[in-house]
Design a protein around this ligand. Sequence first.
Ligand SMILES: [Mg+2]
Length: 171
Amino acid sequence: MLKKFLPNEHVKSVLDIKPDQLKEQGVKGIITDLDNTLVPWDVRDAPPVIVEWFKIMKKNEIKVTIISNNKEDRVKLFSNPLETPYVYNARKPLGHAFRKAVEEMKLSRDEIVVVGDQLLTDVLGGNLAGFYTILVVPIVQTDGKITRMNRKIERRMLNWMRRRGMITWED
Ligand SMILES: [Mg+2]
């Protein structure tokens, strides 16, 4: 079971994933995560290097689908300018979004690689669904939800300490 958390390959960035190598491996499609894989979780639009990466893939006839656990607005706003299909509220590691993407891409699973920055969602989901998985280093180490959660906990601790006079400054 632990093996299901291990990616087949590990690269620093999606920019290290090149069409020539994919084609050599018989790959015709990429399913990629969005947050911290393509851009930091709090950046709305794709920067020029990512726009270029999508263009290069298109030129090489490699289909790219974005699958994200994030909300519709976020995923749509990011994907539309790139003219790339997407699935939002994907609930990775569950398989539904992957199945949907495969159907729309009209490729077989062994022609698609799954790319993402998280073992528990992207890699596990991709492996369970039977894809070749590529882990990237998260662009930033924070995550929207984790950060919010941490701030909430931090705030409670600060309030608790403040009530007990352990801290006296205001924030
Ligand atoms: Mg991610």
